[in-house]
Design a protein around this ligand. Structure first.
Ligand SMILES: [Fe+2]
Length: 180
């Protein structure tokens, strides 16, 4: 699981130019801190699920079990982080309204599908049959394609806006460490 530190990371690429860098001073954390590793974790799960889909109707039961073990924790932790840290900062931008509602809705839908996939992968991992390879392939592809689009949108539109539009004087940012 990603580690949450309440200080600016030493490898932060933008700290010298970041308009919200003062929010990073202890005990506050910048809303962008930690988002890249959450996105990378979700995209890593997408790659694993794509490899499962590509093998069908054959399966690697070990991969199914590992995917089942990690999918929900990775997705839930990333969504919880985004909703308590990134989204409140994004919400202060005038253009966030519809996008934020959609992103939150996608989190709910993705977690529901991740639960369903976890049950199926667990059953297959423990020796169950792939009863309907087409249906499973469709479910897997729906999940990872939607997830990749979602992450791409956040990377291209949400993170840059949060980094560039807020100022600690006019838009105090929440401290994620206090709400966890
Ligand atoms: Fe998200």
């Amino acid at each position: 699981m990603p580690n949450q530190k309440p200080t600016v990371p030493s490898d932060c690429a933008v700290k010298d130019n970041c308009p919200v860098s003062s929010a990073c001073a202890p005990p506050r954390a910048a809303p962008c801190e930690g988002i890249e590793e959450r996105h990378a974790a979700k995209l890593g799960m997408c790659d694993v699920l794509e490899s499962v889909a590509d093998m069908l109707p054959a399966v690697d039961r070990g991969v199914c079990l590992r995917a089942a073990a990690h999918l929900l924790p990775v997705v839930r932790e990333a969504h919880a982080f985004e909703e308590r840290s990134l989204f409140p900062a994004f919400e202060q931008s005038r253009s966030s309204g519809k996008s934020l509602r959609r992103l939150r809705g996608e989190h709910v839908e993705d977690e529901a599908l991740a639960e369903e996939l976890t049950e199926t992968l667990l059953r297959i991992g423990h020796g169950g049959n792939v009863d309907n390879p087409e249906a499973l392939g469709f479910m897997l592809r729906t999940f990872f394609e939607t997830m990749r689009r979602h992450v791409a949108f956040e990377r291209e539109h949400v993170v840059p806006l949060v980094r560039s539009s807020a100022t600690p004087e006019t838009h105090p940012l929440p401290n994620p460490a206090e709400s966890s």
